[in-house]
Each structure stands twice: as C-alpha cells, then as structure tokens.
Design a protein around this ligand. Structure first.
Ligand SMILES: Cc1cc2nc3c(=O)[nH]c(=O)nc-3n(C[C@H](O)[C@H](O)[C@H](O)COP(=O)(O)OP(=O)(O)OC[C@H]3O[C@@H](n4cnc5c(N)ncnc54)[C@H](O)[C@@H]3O)c2cc1C
Length: 345
C-alpha cells in the first residue's frame, strides 16, 4: 500500500502534521512503537493556549505565573492577562494522536529503522517490513533515527522526579549558570527536575533530553524534520510543545503545496524561520550563563516592574522574537537598576 505521506513519531509534532494532512485529504500513515515514556514538565504555555485553546481533559492545574530564583533572590511574575496550564503529558499526547486518527490518519505501532529517498517516492523500513510514500515527516524527537537523517545532536541533559508535596499554582524555576531547575505543580504532586549542559545531573529520577536550538537544514527532497527532531525548543525556558505542534502543521502545509506543485520542500525552512526566531532568546540564555548577569536578571525581575513585565512577555509568548535593540536595552536596564551589575574585582 502506498501513502501520500508517512509521519514518523506520534508526539505533538507528528500528530499535528498527521491531523493537518488527513484533514486536507492526504492518505497519511503515522508510525510509532508507542512505547516511549515522555519525560516532560508538562507546562502548556500561554502562547500555546492562545493559539490552540485548551482541552480540560488533560489539564492538571491552571497556573497564575512563574517564580524565578537565583540563590536567595526570589522573583514572582504574575501573569496579567495570560493563563498557562500544567498538563498530564501522556493524556495530552494520546488526545492529539486520537484527533489525527479520527480525522483519517492510520497508525502502525512499529519502529522505523531507515528512510530512503528513491526518485519520486520515499521508502520507509520498519521492524516489520517496508512501506512507500510520496513524502515523509520525521517527527521522531531526539532519537537515533532523527540523528541519522540530519536531526538534532545538541541537547541539554535533564533528570526529573515526582514528589508528593502540596502543589502551588506557580511554575518555579531556579537558575544557576548552565543549570536550570524546575518545580511543575500537578493536581496532587509536583514534578521537580534539573537540566544541565554538562551531562545528566547527579540526582535520582527519569532522564530526558532537550534540544538546544534548530538544526541548520530541516528539509530534504522528500522529507522534512519537525519538532524536537529539528531542534525547535525555546533556548530560554525549554518550551517545546508549542513549537512541535506548530512546526508539524507548517511541515504538513508545505508538503501539501509541494504535492500540488506550488513549491518545493526548501520553502519549509523559510516558513518556520519567519515564525520562530530564537536568536534573541539564545542571546539572553548566553548572557545569563554569566553569574553576575544572572543575579542582576533575577534581582531586576524582583525589583523593577518594567523588567518584570519584560520577562513576563517572554514567558507568555507576547514577545518571543526579541530584537537585537531589545537586548541592548536589556543590558542597559540591568546595569541601571541600582548598579546591579557589580564591578569586576
Ligand atoms: C525534562 C523535560 C521537560 C520538558 N518540559 C516541557 C514543558 O514543560 N513544556 C514544553 O513546552 N516543553 C517541554 N519539554 C520539551 C517537550 O517535551 C518536547 O519539545 C516535545 O515533546 C517534542 O515533541 P515531538 O513530537 O517533537 O517529539 P516527542 O514528543 O519526543 O515524540 C517523538 C516520537 O517519536 C517516536 N519515535 C522515536 N524513534 C522512532 C522510530 N525509530 N520509529 C518510529 N517512531 C519513533 C517516539 O516513540 C515518540 O513518540 C520538556 C522536555 C524535557 C526533556
């Protein structure tokens, strides 16, 4: 049997692209062994909710904002207009996959071992045989398969564990240079975790990986990379669920246009670059890897309303595409506020 498109991976990126493709009438097959445990804090940001709304079946808690701390400096950012949700990640993934299946996509619980572009089609080999399609979307997260076909190889190492303590309604972040730790409140427990660039933190818990930014090339003649496979995660706070879903949709739209001869797959790179600009956030992450700047950053978030609003706008997605001028402004603000950038000794 030949498909118009094979989507590899049934995470948020794969399910979103399959849903879009089947709703456009394309014969779509999703392949995923469906045996992977997703390690995730499960925070659906305000930018996600604004675009896609929320289904309360997978919501664990509505959150009022974020607390950021560095050593004994604690700042609270209460969202003025936006809401974000802490969700159950398994239910969220199942919900999204079901939407695609209801819309006509098929699912095979198999593991893909190789992908071969052969003239006008693509051959996918799995542990159970081979299948042909016109196109494929590689949405297999950070995996050996993604790596084989140009997927991300740069990531932060995370460990997360469940703790039965009273959950609050703020997401909490603790920052240290190169280390990001979190407490994500759920219905009756919290998920605490830590991520580091230097290897898995030496704490008990489940291990996961977060990409550190987009790969250089996200397209080939017959396939596109979406979600974590392409490295689409915000370098500031590790938000990936929004970018996975959105990139899955964009990939599907590009394939649809390519199938009707309106474009080539190269246009994918142009489209997502227009929407996802991580350069400003990358710059901020780089700046706060310096201890003194990080301290000033958290202190300013605590003490300055203007700065608090600036950080709120990043976290809620009101301002994710930070411009270079804003970075200059940010440095000025940090140095202005009570001389918060201490002089070098
Ligand atoms: C510790 C941690 C905390 C996080 N917290 C948040 C958060 O709070 N909010 C947020 O927005 N983001 C968070 N993220 C990021 C988010 O989890 C990812 O960005 C998101 O899951 C990526 O979705 P995806 O669909 O690209 O990949 P995935 O969800 O990883 O799905 C990939 C799928 O591909 C399948 N697959 C793999 N190999 C193969 C193969 N060979 N054949 C077939 N199928 C295959 C897997 O089974 C899997 O189902 C966190 C990540 C980590 C590690």
């Amino acid at each position: 049997m030949k498909y118009d498109c094979i989507v590899i991976g049934a995470g948020p990126a794969g399910s979103a692209s399959a849903l879009k493709l089947s709703s456009l009438g394309y014969k779509t097959l999703i392949i995923d062994p469906c045996d992977t445990k997703k390690v995730c804090a499960g925070i659906l940001t305000a930018q996600y909710v604004k675009r896609y709304g929320i289904n309360h079946d997978f919501v664990e808690k509505e959150l009022k904002g974020t607390r950021i701390s560095f050593c004994d400096i604690h700042a609270q950012i209460s969202y003025r207009k936006a809401v974000e949700y802490s969700i159950n990640r398994e239910s969220f993934d199942l919900f999204n996959l079901n939407e695609a299946l209801i819309d006509g996509s098929e699912l095979r619980k198999e593991r893909v071992s190789s992908i071969e572009e052969k003239g006008a089609h693509i051959m996918i080999r799995t542990n159970k045989g081979s299948i042909t399609a016109d196109y494929a979307i590689i949405a297999s997260g950070i995996s050996d398969l993604s790596k084989l076909y140009g997927g991300t190889r740069k990531y932060a190492f995370c460990v997360q564990q469940k703790k039965y303590v009273e959950p609050d309604n703020y997401y909490e972040i603790d920052l240290q240079p190169g280390v990001y730790s979190w407490v994500a409140p759920k219905k009756n427990h919290v998920l605490t975790g830590s991520s580091s660039l230097a290897g898995f933190p030496d704490i008990p818990g489940e291990k996961g990986l977060i990409p550190l930014g987009p790969v250089k090339k996200t397209f080939s003649k017959r396939f596109l990379l979406a979600g974590d496979a392409a490295g689409f995660v915000s370098p500031f706070e590790g938000e990936g669920l929004y970018y996975s879903r959105r990139s899955g949709e964009i990939a599907a739209e590009i394939l649809s246009d390519a199938a009707s001869g309106k474009n080539t797959l190269n246009d994918y790179q142009v489209r997502w670059k227009k929407e996802f600009d991580f350069s400003g956030l990358t710059m901020i992450s780089y700046l706060i890897s310096d201890r003194r700047i990080l301290e000033a950053f958290v202190r300013s978030t605590r003490d300055s309303e203007e700065f608090n609003n600036f950080v709120e706008n990043i976290l809620t997605g009101e301002n994710k595409k930070i411009k270079i001028q804003e970075i200059g402004l940010l440095i000025k603000m940090l140095s202005k506020i009570k001389g918060l950038l201490p002089k070098e000794k």
